[in-house]
Design a protein around this ligand. Sequence first.
Ligand code: SF4
Ligand code: SF4
Length: 309
Amino acid sequence: MDAIISKITGEMKRHFYKYKTVSISHLQEIQNAVGELVRQGVISEKLHTGWQFYLDNNKNLPEAKSIIIVAMPQFITRLSFMWQGINYSANIPPGYFTQKDESCAAAILKGGIEHKGYKVSKARLALKTMAVRSGLAKYGRNNISYVPGMGSFHRLIAFYTDYPCEKNDWDEIRLMKSCETCFLCRENCPTGSISNERFLIHAENCLTHFNESEDDFPHWLQPGSHNALIGCMRCQSVCPVNKPYLGKIEIGPDFSEEETDLILNRTSVEQLSSETRIKLDRMVQDEIYPVMGRNLRALIEKQEKAVQQ
Ligand code: SF4
Ligand code: SF4
């Protein structure tokens, strides 16, 4: 192992991160694979338009020789909200917070590569596909990527570099062995997005697709489906592979009755007190705040209904 890779490997291990290196020659293959799904009508045009961002060519570093894909462990973050005398908890699933871990991964790579005269630049590409093709992860039946030792509780990030990494980790798309005899995610999906007939889930019906967007929820979405402040935890929380990680919860800020009222009414960040803004900092930075009020209201209404029944 060369000195650059050896230094990066040591630092990654110290942070419990895992990574793989892939030759840039595979980039087009990843992009074409997503394009092909659109041509086949397997993913909707609307969804694909939202993904275009990830399909940019490596504009930032056209001379890139390698792609480095990194998985960083991330757990559920639990926030608390006081509302009408009742304390409500709301979870943010793993993978939504980017800033801290991404800067750390970037610093490790820059420390190992840039001081040797090479460049590193963040890559925007189909991260899950890249993680699975590189062998860093395997797909679950729910199309979520699972990394050994992290389950689906992780965040992925990729980088381009003009450093020619010797190792070219590249593999076929593989489903986890545990999925061969398990159907728990399919049986528990609140929107029926996990299909029997095909490998790809119906991402256009996935709850995550709706509650990450500021558009109104579709009329057919059952109010009982909501289970997280953003995204959906249902198929990850019933998954036996995730059992060791479910209890590792990061406790986030709690919000007073007055703060909850402001959040539910989608008050703009500028109108909030500096104390509330500090509590909301990560949600604002990672663009969760614009949908937080609407999603929190759905969670509270669900719980109120359950108490009335
Ligand atoms: S719940 Fe079962 S089928 Fe679904 S991803 Fe987990 S192991 Fe695979
Ligand atoms: S995230 Fe939720 S809605 Fe989407 S496939 Fe999993 S269980 Fe179904």
